[in-house]
Design a protein around this ligand. Structure first.
Ligand code: IMP
Ligand code: MG
Length: 182
């Protein structure tokens, strides 16, 4: 039988590391949104695993919706082109919106999304990113209010993150062996 694990060079975050991160983020978000019933907007598909855990770590009332954008295709590098593939079903005028994203790399995806959502008149928009990729010499286009942790400039998979739609089901975060995508 084929295994996902064979394609992983090293583990960056174990299941327990992830659980600790999510717990801490949930506590922060719970205390910040206690008065407001935020609308959680999870970005398909990468944020699905993270949001499922994060929402259960938040103990104030909330609603959720999904958006899908495409910017990567099956490549390991951003094309710089962002397109809304699935829009929200929920009107966000006057709402406190919390965008939940798996990883902030160039920030192209999120800055486009924030601009788009801002035009709909929400009361606030914040971002919770599970990961922020640190690339030396690069300033991120977006500054998330909530950050799980930072990762080095390598292609990471697992815990919802894919390469060509695979590896999302790995319960940990790992660096993909470069020979898998080169
Ligand atoms: P950005 O627009 O460059 O910030 O790209 C963000 C999106 O690219 C994320 O939502 C991911 O879907 C994808 N992405 C960026 N880096 C990685 C990675 O290391 N592994 C898996 N997906 C990634
Ligand atoms: Mg992706």
């Amino acid at each position: 039988m084929e295994s996902n694990h064979e394609d992983i060079e090293r583990v960056i975050l174990s299941r327990q590391d992830i659980a600790d991160i999510v717990e801490r983020m949930g506590e922060q978000i719970s205390s910040d949104y206690r008065e407001s019933t935020p609308l959680i907007v999870a970005i398909l598909r990468g944020a699905v695993v993270f949001v499922a855990d994060l929402m259960r770590a938040i103990d104030c009332p909330l609603e959720m919706d999904f958006m899908a954008v495409s910017s990567y295709g099956a490549a390991a590098k951003s094309s710089g082109v962002v397109r809304i593939v699935k829009d929200l079903d929920t009107p966000i005028e006057g709402r406190d919106v919390l965008i939940v994203e798996d990883i902030l790399d160039s920030g192209i995806t999120l800055s486009y999304l924030i601009k788009n959502l801002e035009s709909r008149g929400p009361r606030s928009i914040e971002v919770a990113a599970f990961l922020v990729k640190d690339v030396p010499g690069r300033k991120p286009a977006v500054r998330p209010r909530y950050v799980g942790t930072h990762v080095p400039d390598a292609f990471v998979v697992g815990y919802g993150l894919d390469y060509a739609e695979r590896y999302r089901n790995l319960p940990y975060l790992g660096v993909l062996k470069p020979e898998v995508y080169s």
